[in-house]
Design a protein around this ligand. Structure first.
Ligand code: ADP
Ligand code: MG
Ligand code: MG
Length: 212
């Protein structure tokens, strides 16, 4: 299968719905080790993306332009740390899609990896520091490995989702070293990182929108 601008718009719409449904849980998780706004921030961001993409002429816009629009609207809507992190992810996705009218399955895997790398670069977080990187990086690695092993896109994203889930769960045993919750030091132990939890929701929505 190939992915075009209309598919990407559908993907963002699916993420917005999933994040909206998860909003209260994400705020609760952030309330334990942060400032309780993560669900609000993510919902604001993805609702802004949905509004920005709604008027686009999908027959003429290229994936790269759509992804840059998503990046800008997310950044403008979100004041919390997740704003620039996801905006960078979408900007890197736009760069990965540049010059392509449609994305082949392997292109989409590359785009997915570029998103994870963008988050890592922007936040300067390494795995083990109890951030969304602990979900995004293993997800990107699992997607790439599955693709390399000959799996199709739906199967590769399924592997990514499973890896993200394990990664998010593993943040319980980590001490926060980046972001607001790092101020808690050892008191952050025992709690899932909200950004890692929302990454699982985002990746799950990507899987749902792409795969059968
Ligand atoms: P804020 O902390 O500004 O209120 P959010 O609540 O929206 O922002 O997001 C918090 C999440 O952002 C954290 O749970 C963590 O996953 C992620 N995060 C914070 N700082 C970084 C960073 N430097 N690198 C990667 N992720 C980060
Ligand atoms: Mg917060
Ligand atoms: Mg905040």
């Amino acid at each position: 299968m190939t992915i075009d601008a209309a598919d990407l718009k559908r993907m963002f719409d699916t993420i917005a719905v999933a994040i909206e449904a998860d909003r209260d849980r994400l705020c609760q998780l952030d309330g334990v080790i942060g400032d309780a706004d993560h669900g609000i921030a993510m919902a604001l961001g993805f609702n802004a993306v949905r509004d920005a993409l709604a008027p686009l002429d999908l027959a003429s816009i290229e994936p790269t332009a759509l992804l840059n629009t998503a990046a800008k609207s997310f950044l403008n809507a979100v004041g919390a740390s997740s704003g620039p992190l996801y905006a960078t992810a979408f900007m890197r996705a736009a760069a990965a899609a540049k010059g392509k009218a449609t994305l082949a399955e392997a292109d989409f895997i590359t785009l997915f990896q570029a998103m994870a790398q963008g988050i890592k670069d922007r936040g300067k977080a390494e795995p083990g520091e109890k951030t969304m990187v602990d979900a995004w990086q293993p997800a990107a690695e699992a997607a790439a490995a599955a693709n390399l092993a000959g799996k199709n896109l739906a199967q590769s994203l399924e592997a990514a989702l499973a890896a993200a889930g394990r990664g998010a769960e593993a943040t319980k045993d980590m001490i926060a070293a980046k972001g607001r919750s790092s101020r808690l030091g050892e008191r952050s132990l025992g709690h899932v990182d909200p950004g890692a939890a929302s990454a699982v929701t985002v990746i799950g929505a990507i899987r749902d929108s792409v795969g059968p």
